[in-house]
Ligand binder design. Structure first.
Ligand code: DOR
Ligand code: ZN
Length: 382
């Protein structure tokens, strides 16, 4: 029997692009891609247009997701320079607060230490009343999740310690970063972190071959950085995709790539990932780099604990561990229809997904109706 049943995966870092960039992805196509990848819960980032930085915008996003999603969706709120802590009244309806302090796509970026103090302080003050959702309790606040590379990482660690605010570091990519996080954990700081499949399985050596398909933030790192992520896997709490779709035309690739479709100097960074994470991880398990339990800890149990996600009763995925095939652009559900892993042979195929007792995906076909996914924490309001 090569088909096994696993819990539905959580992808704690996705960009479903709605509102504002629906030509790249939307709640329907993004969550269809999730099911195809064996993912039954996604946590959606706030760098949309407009960004998810006010109660009204969170409510609007929740309504859109509730109407269209085919898997469960948690929504981040995002900190901005201008609206500061406008999201605070709905902090407990978000899966967490996302702060960008490093170079990225979109307008969200915090520029000053003074504002960082304020964001950590106000989130911690709110949590002093509502509690943190860490223990899996349905109420309270999620962690502060940061895109903080290089020298911005110790800044966030210091603020997290100062305000006793749980901190989650998104997409760690460098040796210096994972070593610092490991040391911080050993000293008892309330910090967790995630690593993406592209930072585990690709490096600067792949940049020339991939061109703009290999451009994302953080950038692909050196083979030594990649080796460090594997060396310190114990310190990696979550595997998450940073599913960040952009069209090939925007990337300057293919027949539709005209000068007008390109941003003048910089094609947008980011790569899709929802449909390739599990096969890539299972392929690593097949070659002895990982155990199946390492995958389940990082794709189910830890994200559920860190973000206090509810259980999904009667929910599982069926995976044929012996299926061997080649990842291809044409098989993908993501609206942008490409992956940096095209051409790669992988082991392990998602055959079927059952969500709350209902078959929602089978053999390449999504069977769920729009709106069958639930919005976590932020019930859509009128
Ligand atoms: O490569 C990236 N793309 N990194 C990010 O942090 C943002 C993302 C996006 O939204 O496109
Ligand atoms: Zn991201």
């Amino acid at each position: 029997m090569s088909t096994i049943r696993l819990p539905g995966l959580v992808d704690a870092h996705v960009h479903l692009r709605e509102p504002g960039y629906e030509y790249k992805e939307d709640f329907a196509t993004g969550t269809m891609a999730a099911l195809a990848g064996g993912v039954t819960t996604v946590l959606d980032m706030p760098n949309t247009n407009p960004p998810t930085s006010t109660p009204e915008r969170l409510a609007d996003k929740a309504r859109r997701a509730a109407a269209q999603a085919v898997c469960d969706v948690g929504l981040f709120v995002g900190a901005t320079n201008t609206e500061a802590d406008a999201y605070l009244p709905v902090a407990a309806q978000a899966c967490g607060l996302k702060i960008y302090v490093s170079d990225t796509f979109g307008s969200l970026r915090i520029d000053t230490l003074a504002l960082m103090h304020r964001l950590f302080r106000t989130w911690a003050e709110q949590a002093a009343q509502a509690g943190y959702r860490m223990a899996g309790a349905p109420h309270g606040l999620g962690p502060i999740t940061v895109h903080a590379e290089e020298l911005m990482l110790p800044v966030c660690l210091a603020l997290s310690q100062l305000y006793a605010a749980p901190l989650h570091i998104a997409h760690v990519s460098r040796r210096s970063e994972i070593e610092l996080i490991r040391a911080a954990k050993e000293r008892g700081l309330p910090v967790t972190c995630e690593v993406t499949p592209h930072h585990l399985f690709l490096s600067t050596e792949d940049r020339a071959r991939l061109g703009a398909r290999g451009d994302m933030r953080p950038c692909l790192a050196t083979p030594d950085d990649v080796a460090a992520l594997w060396e310190h896997l114990e310190a990696v709490d979550i595997f998450a995709t940073d599913h960040a779709p952009h069209t090939l035309a925007e990337k300057g690739i293919g027949v539709n790539a005209t000068a007008a479709s390109l941003s003048p100097s910089s094609p947008p960074p980011g790569v899709p990932g929802l449909e390739t994470m599990l096969p890539l991880l299972l392929t690593a398990a097949h070659s002895g780099l990982l155990e199946l339990d390492d995958i389940l800890a990082r794709c189910v149990e830890n994200p559920r604990r860190i973000y206090g996600l509810p259980e999904q009763p009667a929910t599982w995925i069926e995976v044929d561990l012996e299926a061997v095939y080649t990842l291809e652009d044409s098989a993908l559900k993501t609206k942008v229809g490409w992956t940096p892993f095209a051409g790669q042979r992988v082991h392990g195929r998602v055959e079927r997904v059952v969500l709350r007792g209902k078959k929602v995906y089978e053999h390449g076909e999504v069977l769920a109706q729009p709106g069958e996914g639930r919005v976590l924490f932020a019930a859509a309001r009128d």
